[in-house]
Write a protein that binds this ligand. Sequence first.
Ligand SMILES: CC(=O)N[C@H]1[C@@H](OP(=O)(O)OP(=O)(O)OC[C@H]2O[C@@H](n3ccc(=O)[nH]c3=O)[C@H](O)[C@@H]2O)O[C@H](CO)[C@@H](O)[C@@H]1O
Ligand SMILES: C=C(OP(=O)(O)O)C(=O)O
Length: 436
Amino acid sequence: MEKIIVRGGRQLTGTVKAEGAKNAVLPVIAASIIASEGKSVLHEVPALADVYTINQVIRHMNADVNMVGNTVTVDASGQLSTEAPIEYVRKMRASVLVLGPLLARYGRAKVALPGGCAIGSRPLDQHLKGFEAMGAEVTVGNGYIEAEVKGRLQGAKIYFDVPSVGATENVMMAAALADGKTILENCAKEPEIVDLANYLNKMGAHVVGAGTETIRIEGVEKLVGATHTIIPDRIEAGTFMVAAAITGGNVLIKGAMHEHLRSLVSKMEEMGVIIQEEDDGLRVIGPDILKATDLKTMPHPGFPTDMQSQMMALMLSATGTSVITETVFENRFMHVEEFRRMNANLKIEGRSVIVEGPSSLQGAEVAATDLRAGAALILAGLVADGYTRVTELKHLDRGYVEFTEKLAQIGADIERVKEEEVYMEEAEPSESVSTL
Ligand SMILES: CC(=O)N[C@H]1[C@@H](OP(=O)(O)OP(=O)(O)OC[C@H]2O[C@@H](n3ccc(=O)[nH]c3=O)[C@H](O)[C@@H]2O)O[C@H](CO)[C@@H](O)[C@@H]1O
Ligand SMILES: C=C(OP(=O)(O)O)C(=O)O
């Protein structure tokens, strides 16, 4: 089993660079299979477990995929299979993003249902509603979603009941190759949707309005591979911003884009953190005393749910009572129990958590209950007394490249260790049992 061991007490200083965004690259790689001609060359692709998974998904469909350093090349010009089995979808929900591209290109797709996950039930009804409005027949059964259309998908006017990132992306990709014009309303406005639209347009699509609540797509008959550079990861950048602030440090986060991080910057400034825009990123300077504040997660440009647990760690170090309200996902507070193991003073009230600070955090063995929770526990460990040991690192590896190394590079006392599992009943009485 692997663990990250962090010893609290170091102020972080120096420079760290944000990788390409996980939530941008996954839909872009999914979209690359729409191209029936040419190769796509994608730059700034982060070396994440999720990227390996989406590459496996499209490789399984017979696309030719190569990753060298941070560049991925996809040639999907051959005949592809139209199925994504459960082994990939279980690892990563974003595998369902191949539905739209397959349906648009081949008129059929079969993708395993991902089911719920640690942050909530996460239905796909808005994706399916979009495909049905475009003329597809969708059936859900035996653990699979199957969608089929006779001839081409037809352009349609679709109003999303909730602004879903994945549904906006999936339906936008399908509409790019549909017959006629599609108008999507109440769309999600995340920067990653704009990145996907830019890539689709480079492939020959006509997508206008991404980043606003109405997206208009004029369908075309074919798309061709294109070269594209993935935008920087605002959530990874935000996580390092919190690392700088919580330790009272001074860190330049290269690639952090102010226009993608406004809600986080303003919340951190309310807490007394100094944030300066520099040519190549954001400099974050932590104050001597952090002030309590309240926040509510919302779709972009509101406060991102993917920064909620990291901000909870910051609020634990702030003076006074802070309240965090989660409105995007129904069950994204699993980290609260783990923080409590570190002596945090937290109370869940419905969809809110009351944070009493400053908590005198103590090192403990804690489990990463999901990807961002893992990062948040490490952030708390940076200021806890003694050693914090974080397990279940598979979640962290989905979304952070060399998190340990990057934190160590700016001064954290942190290491990742592999240890043999030693079971008490198997050990000789005289043998020492690892307690790391
Ligand atoms: C790979 C990726 O980009 N993941 C991000 C994406 O996930 P994802 O695309 O799964 O998240 P959505 O934006 O779809 O979900 C937002 C809300 O809409 C609901 N919903 C969604 C689809 C649907 O058909 N019906 C429905 O009710 C969800 O249950 C949730 O309450 O956006 C989330 C919200 O910013 C982020 O936390 C994830 O990191
Ligand atoms: C929830 C997240 O991702 P996913 O949608 O891929 O589970 C995340 O990035 O925090």
